[in-house]
Each structure stands twice: as C-alpha cells, then as structure tokens.
Design a protein around this ligand. Structure first.
Ligand SMILES: Nc1nc2c(ncn2[C@@H]2O[C@H](COP(=O)(O)OP(=O)(O)OP(=O)(O)O)[C@@H](O)[C@H]2O)c(=O)[nH]1
Ligand SMILES: [Mg+2]
Length: 457
C-alpha cells in the first residue's frame, strides 16, 4: 500500500460539482503539484478548504477552478493522507484533473480500493466495509437504514459478542486438554453442552434475520401473471399509482414483460407485468408468453390474477396448478362485475392458496396486496426498528457454517466424546465468525468483496 491512489468519486455525467479523491503518502505533494491557491502565498492546510485553480504545469493552462482540502491521516476515510478536490462536475474537467494527478505519479484506484484501505488499515472491519457499498446502492429507506446500521458496526458488535463467548469456551477446553493434571476447574460435559447450546442460540437468532435482510437489501421480484385481459397491467399501474403499462379491453395488450422498481413500505420491489398466458398461434404473442414463463421461473413471489366476472377457465386452472409450491397470491379480480369465482373453487387445485378478491376498477385490494408483500419479507414478524439484520449472502453462509459446527460439537458433547474432537468444531465456528468481520480472511475473499464496489469509493 505504498502507492498513492486517485479516482473520480462522483457519478459520471453532468453535476454541480464533481469530486476527485486521492489517498496515500504523496497526497499532499501531489496536490501542491497541480493546485494553486488564489490567495497569494496561501498553502493547503490540514482540514481546511482552499480555493484555487487546477493548473497544468507543462502549459501553464488553467484546467478548472476548484476547492481542495487536505486531510492528514490517520483520522481520514482510508486512515492515510487524503486529498479531495471539488471541481465543476463536468466530465471534461474531472477527467483532465485526474489525468494531471496520474501524470504526477498517482495510480488509478481500483473499485473499492479506498474502502479496502480503510479496512486494511484497521479503521473499519470487513462487515462495515461491505456496508459501504450497500449504503451507496440502497434504493429504499429501509435498505438504507439496514446498511447504515451495519456500517456503524451493529452487526460487528453482535458477532464480536458471540466470538468472545466462543473464545471463552475454547480457552476452557484447551486448558483442560493441555493441563489435565493441574488444579484448574474441570470442564464438565454438562457445562459444555450448556455453553455450546447458548452460543448456538445466539447464532440462530442472528441467522433468522438473513432472509428478511437479503430481501431488504436486494429487493424481491414480484411477477404478475395470468391469462389475457384479467387485469394484470391494471394491477401494475395500481401498485405504481401511475399509468405505466398500457391497459385496454383487447386481450393480448401486453406483449412483452414490463419491469419497474418500486418502493413498497420501504422494501425494494421489482414489479414485473407479463403478457397474458394462453394457447396461441401468433408468433409475437408466443415469444411474449415464453418471457412470461421465464419471469415466473425467477419470481420470488407470483401474483396470479383471475377474472372473477367469468367462471374459472381451463387456462386459469393450468396456471394455478403450475404455481403449486411457489410463494404466491391469487387475485380474484373484477369483483365490481360480480363474483363468478369463489375462493373455495381454488382450494382443490391450489391447496392452501392465499386468495384476495379485488377490483382494479375501484382500487379495492391494492393495500392488501402491499400487506402481503410486507408479510412475505418480514415473515409475519413485526419489524423492529434498529434491529440488526444480516443482509449479505456471504454473512448468511458463514453463520450457517458456524451453526453447523456447533451442532456437531454439541452432538459430540452429548455422546461424551473426547474434548479435542469437540474443540475442532468450536474453533471452526470461531473462525467462520471471524471471517464475517474480516479477522480471518483470505485475499480471494477480499478481492471478491471489493470487486463489487464502484470506482472512487
Ligand atoms: N370492471 C373492471 N374492469 C377491469 C378490472 N381490472 C381490469 N379491468 C379492465 O379489463 C381490461 C383488461 O385489463 P388489463 O389490465 O389490460 O389486463 P391484462 O391482464 O394486462 O391483459 P393483457 O395485457 O391483454 O394480458 C381493461 O379494459 C381494464 O380496464 C376490474 O377490476 N374491474
Ligand atoms: Mg397487460
């Protein structure tokens, strides 16, 4: 980490200002090389904004006017010397300024490299570093809240508490193994079983938040399906509260899948309207229907719409049968036109179906659909403010490993097996949790984590 890195930190395009970031030992000399304060004799001072111009020393030309700040390490984002330059947010001025900085000896930063340095320099742990990218990408308030709480170390604190308990246990076991003859408190199997179960429960509690956490962070794919003309696009528009998809009384209006991201009670939802599924010889329709089926495959939640003003059709029955075993909701729509389908009619084809009667003409049932999506994400549990959520697949996987290790250890303790065998599993759980916060972690994992970042972060 000897070299100094630089990157444009703001989004590419036009903006009021654009920011360039520099980090590393030569950050200040680099700034002095390309920057000239307007005030005579002024020099960049630690943590003070200085007004001046970016200048190309080779030609003497002004590249842009800017504000620059030098922040001396280690109390900075990367824990190194950092410089930030606020230029005008034009692609040209940012690119030319960056070129000057690179020409003066800095290296172009890799995606996530600033945050990686913050981690490697010990300012934040790995789970906090991972939260940085989630904070940037968060699409709803809830996902932002979850990312921010992880960034502030809420998850890390819980992991550290569990690890401390595991370490206690490990020390206890190791001492008993290594000095069996010494006069120390002997560990009993009952004691061991107790402690392992307690820690196992702590891990399970954290793990139980993974499904919700992932949906809050990554969003869920909700696919609206059904045969033509039942009101799928009307539902899409109703949920979006705008006239996004074309709605007509001509069956087969929607020909291609339509996707929109929306915020339902803080949950990022990818809402997908599909072409009505039925038997057809029309080539274009056939392609659209294939796309509907593909969308079904990838759905986290399927909303199957039926036209309640007509009796159940064979095509409806086929679709109902197809979504068996999937997380789904059935809408008996057009209730304003009279109910020719009752929820009981569906019981046989789709046992345990979740059914709502709706009318997209009056808007009745939309709130209930949103309720269902919220329930799906929170699993019927009340959402608690500020509760820690595990949002990343990587963390979920490590928690699973740790839980399995402890389960094995517990089973062995119950069978009164030798301590050194049990120790192996406890240690492995300890290491798995260490990987969550980056205490034991390989370069491959690090590369993987930081490759998801954007440039300049
Ligand atoms: N009366 C009444 N009409 C509805 C209702 N929902 C939809 N419609 C009407 O039914 C027709 C079809 O609605 P769409 O939303 O286009 O149906 P769709 O399922 O998207 O149809 P395709 O795209 O052709 O598969 C339109 O004329 C809507 O205005 C409802 O609840 N009540
Ligand atoms: Mg449609």
């Amino acid at each position: 980490m000897e070299d100094t890195i630089a990157a444009i930190a703001t989004a590419y395009g036009e903006g009021g200002i654009g920011i360039i970031r520099i980090s590393g030992e030569t950050a200040l000399p680099l700034l002095e090389e390309i920057f000239e304060p307007f005030a005579q004799g002024e020099k960049p001072v630690n943590r003070k904004m200085t007004y001046g111009r970016i200048v190309d020393r080779q030609t003497g030309q002004t590249v842009d006017e800017c504000l620059a700040v030098y922040m001396k390490g280690p109390r900075t984002y990367t824990a190194e010397d950092v410089v930030e330059i606020d230029c005008h947010g034009s692609v040209v001025s940012l690119r030319r300024t960056l070129e000057l900085i690179l020409r003066s000896g800095a290296r172009m930063a890799e995606p996530g490299e600033f945050t990686k340095r913050a981690f490697l320099n010990g300012r934040i742990d790995l789970s906090q570093a991972e939260a940085v990218v989630d904070t940037v990408r968060a699409k709803t308030e809830k996902s932002h809240e979850a990312a921010l709480s992880q960034l502030e170390g809420a998850l890390s604190r819980q992991v550290r508490t569990i690890r401390a308990a595991l370490l206690d246990l490990l020390v206890n076991v190791t001492v008993n193994l290594d000095y069996p003859d010494e006069d120390i408190e002997e560990i009993t199997y009952d004691n061991l079983i107790n402690q392992i179960s307690l820690i196992g429960e702590m891990i399970e509690k954290l793990r139980a938040t993974t499904a919700t956490g992932r949906m809050i962070r990554d969003g869920i794919r909700v696919v609206i399906g059904g045969r033509p003309n039942v009101g799928k696009s009307s539902l899409m528009n109703g949920l979006l509260r705008e006239s996004r998809a074309i709605v007509t009384d001509v069956p087969g209006t929607t020909r291609d899948t339509i996707e929109e991201v929306m915020d339902i009670r803080g949950i990022p939802v990818y809402l997908i309207d599909t072409a009505g599924i039925h038997d057809t010889e029309d080539r274009v329709e056939k392609l659209g229907i294939q796309r509907s089926r593909d969308a079904f495959e990838q759905a986290d939640y399927i909303i199957l719409v039926l036209d309640g003003s007509q009796p159940l059709q064979e095509e409806d029955e086929q679709l109902l049968a197809e979504i068996r075993g999937r997380k789904s909701l059935v809408l008996i729509n057009k209730e304003d036109l009279g109910g020719r389908i009752s929820p009981e009619d569906l019981k046989e084809i789709l046992p345990g179906a979740d059914v709502l009667t709706t009318s997209m003409a009056t808007g009745s049932g939309i709130t209930e659909v949103e309720d269902r999506i919220e329930e799906l994400v929170y699993g019927g549990q009340l959402h608690q403010e500020n509760s820690v959520l595990v949002t990343s697949v990587r963390h979920g996987e490590l928690l699973r490993q740790a839980a399995e290790d402890l389960e094995r250890g517990l089973a062995m303790a119950r069978r009164r097996e030798p301590l050194d065998l049990i120790e192996v599993d406890v240690r492995s759980a300890y290491d798995a949790l260490g990987e969550m916060i980056g205490e034991t972690v390989t370069d491959t994992v690090l590369d993987e984590v930081f490759s998801r970042f954007c440039l300049g972060k």
